[in-house]
Structures are given as C-alpha cells and as structure tokens.
Design a protein around this ligand. Structure first.
Ligand SMILES: C[S@@+](CC[C@H](N)C(=O)[O-])C[C@H]1O[C@@H](n2cnc3c(N)ncnc32)[C@H](O)[C@@H]1O
Length: 91
C-alpha cells in the first residue's frame, strides 16, 4: 500500500532507461480499505488476509507453517530475495 520500496543496484542494472519506476514510486495509489473492499466484494474475504507493510517487517510476523504454493509478484530484486529466503525453506 506504500508502493514499491527503493530500487537497489540489481534493479537499476536491468531497468530500461525510460522505466517509470526509476524515478517515481509506483503502486502507492491505493489504500488498505479500497483493496479490502475489492476482496470482500469478490467473495474472498474468508480466504484472503491483507497484511499492510513491507515484507521485511511483515514476513516475520506470519504464523510458522508449511506452504504448498507461493506466488511472489513484487517486481524488485530485494523483496523477491526476502520472500524466497522466508518461504523456500517452508515449502
Ligand atoms: C506488480 S504489483 C503486483 C501486485 C499483485 N500481485 C497483483 O497482481 O495485483 C507489485 C506489488 O509488490 C509490492 N511490493 C514490492 N516490494 C514490496 C515489499 N518489499 N514489501 C511489500 N510489498 C512489496 C508493491 O507495492 C506492489 O503492490
């Protein structure tokens, strides 16, 4: 809900020169309430839990469990590494 975090060197190496996310925060034009409303109106309120915050802060707060499937879609290098390091040993 706060948009993409800062880019690191690995992101800048592969980002096209004119990529909008080089100079502008993307994905911050929403709110917890707006997403919650979409999830609820789509009938998924009982199957999805929204958690506000960056992975580095929120992943350690998740209950200890095993995962059969994880979809990671967070665009940038460092957040993918954070998610992979957290989830892969729990698969
Ligand atoms: C391309 S969007 C995809 C969102 C969703 N998977 C979808 O298809 O609608 C990437 C999302 O990753 C989130 N994101 C990127 N880095 C993050 C981080 N370190 N912690 C939490 N969210 C992050 C962004 O805020 C953005 O909402």
């Amino acid at each position: 809900f706060a948009g993409l975090p800062s880019l690191v060197e690995e992101d800048l190496k592969v980002a096209p020169e004119n990529a909008p996310y080089r100079n502008k925060v993307l994905f911050d034009d929403t709110s917890f309430e707006a997403v919650n409303e979409l999830v609820t109106s789509a009938g998924f309120a009982d199957h999805a839990k929204l958690i506000r915050g960056f992975f580095i802060d929120t992943l350690p707060t998740l209950p200890e469990t095993r995962y059969d499937f994880v979809n990671i879609d967070c665009d940038l290098y460092a957040p993918h590494i954070e998610c992979l390091e957290y989830f892969y040993p729990k698969m």
